[in-house]
Design a protein around this ligand. Structure first.
Ligand SMILES: [Zn+2]
Length: 391
């Protein structure tokens, strides 16, 4: 049931700089794909309309037909970035299978058969990979545009439509998580910033500091110095890990196995001294399980987490949402005085390091859709059901 893994625990290639944004982005990609599937307007398109869609690289037509090129023996989706063939060499097919029966093979570039993706989301994914691999170079829209054969304007609009952020904001977030990784790995601040594609001017140092919530130097030292105790528990949502410093709880996570939970903790605090200590954590574990079942605690659980100013505002507001009650992302944005920051609120929810203690599961989409959850939607649903039953 709870088969979604903690993504943090599976970041193995450092160059792929995934965390916050990517978790969010993947949710959005899934969503966009579903939308594309439900959009079944198979109207009476004529070959000339098909050809126009091919010339326009119209991703909106992906999944509706493919075009095959006799001179190459390859068939493509309409949005394929490859060079356009001559019209007389082109045949249209409704389905990839039909093109294959006619002897064509799938294009390796646009992957017209790719399951679960339409052209737009596949292309945006490809753009993300490209950005991740070129973080240390100036990534202008013009350059992305020529790489993906689109006008800068169209490219930016498509990217933003699928991911909710601009390519530049995506690149920034990748640099930031790369920087965090480098700092956690113990590299010097200068080298970490350089390797993450930041030039180390003082202005950038300041900006970085505000995004990290502290100076890079302090972030690095903090990552190295902490001493963390942890324990496991059986929760209504599967295996749970609770970890704490001397000052308070620093991580509450869910996963399918203890090994996975330990891996996640190691990834988040690679330089901390991590020690399993069931006895010392017993008290907090009991409190947390009681809290999940809706019992009031005499004192709030102490938390020791790092947050940017914005995350702090969102997270403390979340703690004021009563047990068994939900709010929309938009309502939270409004409540903290930034009505246009819905996406940023969703991001802050997706980066909550302490499940349940900061009840990010109580934030859902307007209209009742669940939205996302760092530990999997099934867990979010189960947690809300549990709250409804006990409220
Ligand atoms: Zn192609």
């Amino acid at each position: 049931m709870f088969d979604r893994k903690i993504r943090m625990a599976h970041r193995e290639t450092p160059s792929y700089a995934f965390n916050i944004m990517t978790t969010n982005a993947i949710l959005n990609l899934t969503e966009a794909t579903e939308m594309a599937h439900s959009n079944q307007d198979r109207t009476e398109n004529k070959p000339s309309a098909y050809w126009q869609a091919v010339l326009d690289r119209d991703a909106g037509q992906d999944g509706k037909f493919v075009f095959a090129v006799s001179s190459t023996g390859v068939y493509c989706r309409p949005s394929c970035p490859a060079r356009r063939p001559r019209r007389e060499n082109v045949t249209f097919f409704g389905q990839p299978d039909q093109a294959e029966k006619a002897g064509y093979r799938a294009c390796l570039r646009c992957r017209p058969k790719a399951i679960g993706g339409n052209g737009t989301t596949e292309m945006v994914k490809a753009m993300c990979r490209y950005i991740e691999q070129h973080l240390d170079e100036p990534l202008t829209l013009a350059r992305l545009g020529s790489e993906f054969r689109q006008s800068p304007f169209h490219l930016q609009r498509t990217f933003k439509h699928v991911l909710g952020i601009t390519p530049r904001a995506y690149a920034d977030s990748c640099r930031m998580s790369q920087l965090k990784d480098n700092l956690r790995a113990g590299h010097s601040v200068t080298r970490s910033m350089y390797d993450a594609g930041f030039s180390s001017s003082s202005r950038l140092y300041e900006r970085t500091s505000s995004q990290l919530g502290m100076t890079p130097d302090k972030y690095r030292r903090g990552a190295i110095a902490a001493s963390i105790r942890y324990t496991f528990a059986d929760s209504p949502l599967g295996r749970m890990l609770i970890a704490a410093t001397d000052k308070g709880i620093c991580a509450i996570q869910f996963a399918n196995s203890d090994a996975e939970l330990e891996q996640g903790l190691r990834h988040e605090f690679p330089f901390a001294i991590r020690r399993r200590d069931d006895a010392a954590m017993q008290h907090w574990k009991k409190d947390l399980l009681r809290q999940m079942r809706g019992q009031r605690l005499n004192t709030a659980l102490p938390l020791d987490i790092q947050a940017t100013a914005f995350q702090r505002r969102v997270w403390s507001h979340l703690q004021s949402i009563p047990f068994g009650v939900t709010r929309s992302y938009a309502a939270v944005a409004k409540a903290i005085g930034q009505p246009t920051a819905t996406r940023a609120v969703a991001r802050a929810c997706a980066t909550n390091p302490v499940a349940v203690a900061i009840p990010c599961h109580r934030v859902i989409r307007k209209g009742g859709d669940m939205g996302g959850y760092r530990w999997g939607l099934e867990r979010k649903k189960a947690l809300l059901d549990l709250e409804m039953q006990n409220a």
